[in-house]
Write a protein that binds this ligand. Sequence first.
Ligand SMILES: [Mg+2]
Length: 318
Amino acid sequence: MEKQELKQVELLATKLRRDVLAMLQKRGYGHVGGSLSLADLYAVLYTKHLRHRSDNPTWDGRDRIVLSKGHAGPVMYSCLAEEGYFPGEWLFTLNDGGTRLPSHTDRLKTPGVDATTGSLGQGTSVAAGIAYALHLQHKDNYTYLIVGDGELNEGQCWEAFEFIAAHRLSNCIVFIDNNKKQLDGRCEDILYPFDYTEKMKAFGFMAQCVNGQDAEALDCAIQRAKDNKSSANAIVLDTIKGAGIPYFENAEMNHSMKWNNDEINAATDEAIAGFDQRIAALAFELNGQSKACPCSGDDDTQARACTARIQCDEGGEA
Ligand SMILES: [Mg+2]
């Protein structure tokens, strides 16, 4: 990627991490670890690879994302808000009664969501069906399927992978978020997974393994997958659960956390302030914008994060 493009990816990834933390802090609990491990993938996809239109979420020419690990909804919602699918204020309604943003993604509630997911494993079959239908219609849209490593305990995933591979659905790119942990512990302690890359190769995929927090590595792997037209594609993401904030990376049980003590709130406030500074710096580098984002000194998390987003976006970056 060009230097400018890399900065745009970093800018989006930083916004996603800030927004995920802000919305979960406001909610008081939520799936933080597996949302943060995907921030870089979402930033690369939406900055460079995904065909989509925020002003027409059901545009026929769009690529599809199936977030089978639907509990990572917060990172997808943050991305959709940043891309203009809905107002950023919606983020702070996460999981409220009547919200458009339920804890797990729902295609009937949220613009830009193509599959209702959260019952683990089922998104793999949905993606297989979407990719097969597009293939039968000779369309060139891609289907990006994102599964968790813990989710692969579900046998349904492997049935869907068999189907995707057997039909050589090269329009389907499967990402495995190998962040090494699942809801109640380390994947290797719960059901030893062996080597995901070798397993996907054995199923008939062209399988790659990359650092899932490295934008350039992600971009190269996605491009290689797109260039491969002879088989289905899998990209195993070597990721860190809670990636980008030491406090959340180091928390052993970081699948879903509660913001119920001073320590987690202080770590969140500090991280958001740091992200706001980085966002302002990147915006300046990209657009010559000098206006700094507000951060500390305000007790109202929602208002602060909303204001930060609005002020950053006024610069018109990316
Ligand atoms: Mg996991």
